[in-house]
Design a binder for this molecule. Sequence first.
Ligand code: NAD
Length: 428
Amino acid sequence: MPIATAEAENTPQFDELNPFQAMAQRFAMAADHLGLDAGVRDVLRTPDREMTVAIPTLMDDGSLRVFIGYRVQHNFSRGPCKGGIRFAPDVNIDEVRALAAWMTWKCSVVDVPFGGGKGGVICDPRELSEAELERITRRYTTGIMDILGPDRDVPAPDINTNERTMAWIMDTYSMHVRRTTTAIVTGKPLNLGGSRGRSEATGRGVMISCREAMRKIGMRPEDARVVVQGSGNVGGIGAMLMHREGMRIVSLSDMYGTLHNEHGLDVPAVLKHLREYRTLEGYAEAEYLQNSEQLDLDCDVLVPAAVENQITSENAERIKARLIVEGANGPTTVLADRILEDRGIVVIPDILANAGGVTVSYFEWVQDRAGFFWTEEIVNSRLELIMTNAFQSVDETATRYGVSMRIGAYILAVDRVAEVYKLRGVYS
Ligand code: NAD
C-alpha cells in the first residue's frame, strides 16, 4: 500500500523511485499544513476507480499478442476525469496511479473543472507498426469505454501518443455510441474538433512558468542559460518558445543523447534536424554528449521535460541551476526536493509548470461541446491569464505557509478538492 506520511522515508517500504509514494508524501505534507482529518485524507489519496484490461492484438505477421492497459480515475469530485494515455514498456499501475493523482492536483491548481485520470498501455511503440498501434489503441479504447465519456473521463496524449492516437480513440468511441463525439478526447487534429494552440500548450505553459519564475528570483531571460531534457511535445516546443523569448538554450536531449553548445543552440534548426533524421546525433553546431552528463551541465535554468525520477538523491547535489522548471511529470524525487531546497534552488513543480496542456485541453473540451471554435490568439491569451494567475496563487500560498513552491501548489490544490467534499458531502 502507498506510504502517506510526510516522514515516510524512514519506513522500510520506502522506495525513492516509486511515483505514487512520492505523490502521497507530498500530499501528506500539504494535508498536515491544512490540518485535514484522517478520513478526508484517505478519501483524497485513494483512487476512485482503477481498470486493467487485456488487449489481444493481431500482429502484422499474423500472430496474436496480448498487451495490458490501465485507466485510473483518481478523483472525479470537481468534474470529469482528465488525463493522458501513455504507451511505454515500463508503464505500471503505481505510475498510472501517481499520474492520475497528479492530474487531480494539476486541474485544481489551474482551477479547471476536472478531476484526475491517467491511462497507459505496456508496449514499445518503436517495435510496432502504425497498423499494430491503431489496433492496440482501438481495442484498449473498447476495453475501457464503459468508464469514458465527455462527462466521465476525457483522455489526452502523453508519452508516445499523439493526435493520431486521439483521432483513433475518438473514432472508436463514436462508432460504439453511434454518433460523432469529439469531446471524448482532447489533443485531436484541428479538423476533428481539436483546438488551436493545443499542441504547443504544454510547452507554452512551461515557458510562461519559467518567465514568471525568473521574474520572481530576479533573473533576466537574456542572461539565462537553459538546459532542456527531452525534445518531444513538452521539451522540444518548450525549448523553441523559450528560445523565442530570448533565453539561451545551451542543451537539448532526447532518449539517445544530448546536444550541448555553451553559446546557445539554434533550436529551430535542431528540431528540424531531429524531424529529418529522428536523432539529435549528427547536428553539426554542437557537441554530442551522453545523457548522463546533461543534468550536471553548467546552467542557470534546468527544464526536465522527459520522464520521471531524473533528479534524485544521487545527483541533486551536482545540479548547477538556480531554477528548475518541471516540464515532465514527477522528474524530481522527494529526497531530491529536500537537497534542492537546502541548496536554495527554486523548483517550479510539475503540477503548475506543465499545466498549460490540460488548460488548453479544457478549452478544447469547451469548444467541442459548444461547437464553436476560438482563434489561436484567444486560446493563447486565456492560457496566459490562467497560467500567470495560477503561478501567483501558488507563490502566495507558498509564502503564506512558509513552504516551497511544490508544497504551496499541493496545499492550494488539495484545499480546493477538500472544499468540494465539504460542499457535496460524502454519499454513503
Ligand atoms: P514525448 O513522447 O513527446 O517526448 C518525450 C521526450 O523525452 C522525447 O524526446 C524522448 O526521446 C525524451 N526522453 C525520454 N527519456 C529520456 C531521457 N532519459 N533523457 C533525455 N530525454 C529522454 O512526450 P511529452 O508529451 O513531451 O511528455 C514528456 C513529459 O511531459 C512526460 O512526463 C509527460 O507526462 C509530461 N507531460 C506531457 C504533456 C503533454 O501535453 N504532452 C502535458 C503535461 C505533462
